[in-house]
Design a protein around this ligand. Structure first.
Ligand SMILES: NC(=O)c1ccc[n+]([C@@H]2O[C@H](COP(=O)([O-])OP(=O)(O)OC[C@H]3O[C@@H](n4cnc5c(N)ncnc54)[C@H](O)[C@@H]3O)[C@@H](O)[C@H]2O)c1
Ligand SMILES: [Zn+2]
Ligand SMILES: [Zn+2]
Length: 370
């Protein structure tokens, strides 16, 4: 079947929309008509940094759409189901079988390899193989092949064209708080960086009943939004020493912190602001060689932990429908972060994601249904 997809051929944020042929779904796969797809900073990183994924490739990993075909062995989904597409995982390695699929041993192959695990590609353009399967979806396209595992059924009364970002950025921030750190009522958290990931963490901390939620950024309009979404203290790191401000308000530091900036001086503050037996979660990085120094005595005396977090430790079949429920109840108003673009304006949307002009750009594949 022919469809339209944004094909990336070089190191660039520009992806011309081309006519691409997409495979039939195999036994464990589904074909999804993409309604809309979010843009995440990982799309930007893969587009700009050589070596992370092969070329030509169709990126996009926050798709939402409608199931059009199901493979012979698919049990979880039916034609017509509304789905959010999330990260893929192998389903068989020790982390997958123990319910932590975001740490799948095969993550490099299934999310970044551009092929099925058997080496085949799902896409071709004028008989040239095009890499698909990016995060098991490649959803910068009108249609996507996903594995049954990474297509998550969602309720039909929710606005489908909004839901794609739940598949990565929003699940990451919210899951970091609710699944990874397991913040409890009355505890405190500092969230460094208030982009889509950080703001999802702020909203989740409010849902969990945090007593103090510090939001730190250098963009005043993002800090204002963080205040509206639940932050009890907003700190502009360009003008204020965030570490000193947090210690002044808490005495011994916060129970939890998250770094979503990957700015080394900020990451250090995120570690240093954690009090006794607290945990700092690291969500962002600038590449495989980035490091930050850690004060060993400070960490030791406080019993402080520092841990990495991928996709908020989500079990997507459980967590994404839960986030949709929170949204429908008005407790997780992530629509405040979203700016819609037509698919044809993908270059503008990528640019606005990169500059920060839009917090969460979402590409609409057809006319709005909102
Ligand atoms: N670990 C995962 O599973 C996972 C999943 C999705 C995204 N990510 C990563 O998380 C990161 C955040 O994603 P996002 O979509 O929220 O991006 P974003 O760029 O919108 O958010 C980062 C925020 O940090 C702020 N910032 C920059 N410099 C700062 C400074 N010196 N002090 C304070 N704040 C500063 C920016 O103003 C921005 O608001 C990205 O690096 C992304 O690749 C990780
Ligand atoms: Zn992402
Ligand atoms: Zn696995």
């Amino acid at each position: 079947m022919n469809m339209r997809a944004a094909v990336l051929r070089g190191q660039s944020l520009s992806m011309p929309i081309e006519c691409v042929a997409i495979d039939e779904p195999r036994a464990d796969e589904v074909l999804v008509r993409v309604v809309a797809t979010g843009i995440c900073h990982t799309d930007i990183k893969v587009a700009m940094v050589p070596g992370l994924s092969p070329r030509p490739i169709v990126l996009g990993h926050e798709g939402a759409g409608v199931v059009e075909k199901v493979g012979a062995n698919v049990r979880k989904l039916s034609v017509g189901d509304h789905v959010v597409l999330t990260f893929d995982s192998c389903g068989q390695c020790p982390t997958c079988v123990s319910g932590k699929p975001s740490y799948c041993y095969e993550v490099a192959a299934v999310c970044f390899g551009g092929k099925r695990l058997d080496g085949s590609t799902t896409l071709t353009c004028n008989h040239e193989a095009v890499h698909g399967n990016f995060f098991g979806q490649s959803s910068f396209a009108t249609h996507a092949i996903a594995n049954e595992r990474n297509a998550i059924r969602v309720r039909k009364d929710a606005p489908l064209e909004l839901l794609g970002p739940l598949g990565c950025g929003l699940q990451t921030g919210a899951g970091a708080v609710l699944n990874s750190l397991r913040l409890g009522a009355g505890q405190t958290i500092a969230v460094f960086g208030t982009g889509a990931v950080g703001l999802a963490a702020v909203m989740a901390a409010r849902i969990a009943g945090a007593s103090k939620i510090f939001a730190i950024d250098i963009a005043p309009e993002r800090l204002a939004l963080a205040g509206e979404l639940g932050a009890t203290h907003v700190i502009n790191g360009a003008h204020e020493d965030a570490l000193a401000a947090i210690l002044a308000q808490t005495g011994r530091g916060v129970d939890f912190s998250l770094d979503t900036t990957a700015v080394e001086a900020v990451t250090r503050q995120a570690i240093e602001c954690v009090g006794p037996l607290g945990t700092c979660g690291l969500i962002a990085n600038k590449g495989p060689t980035q490091t930050v120094p850690v004060n060993i005595l400070g960490a030791m005396l406080r019993g402080r932990s520092v841990r990495g977090i991928v996709q908020g430790d989500s079990v997507p079949d459980i967590f994404i429908p839960r986030l949709v429920d929170f949204f429908m109840e008005g407790r997780f108003p992530f629509d405040r972060l979203v700016r819609f673009y037509d698919f044809e304006a993908i270059d503008e949307a990528m640019h606005d994601a990169e500059t920060g002009a839009a917090i969460k750009p979402v590409l609409r594949m057809g006319p709005s249904t909102l």
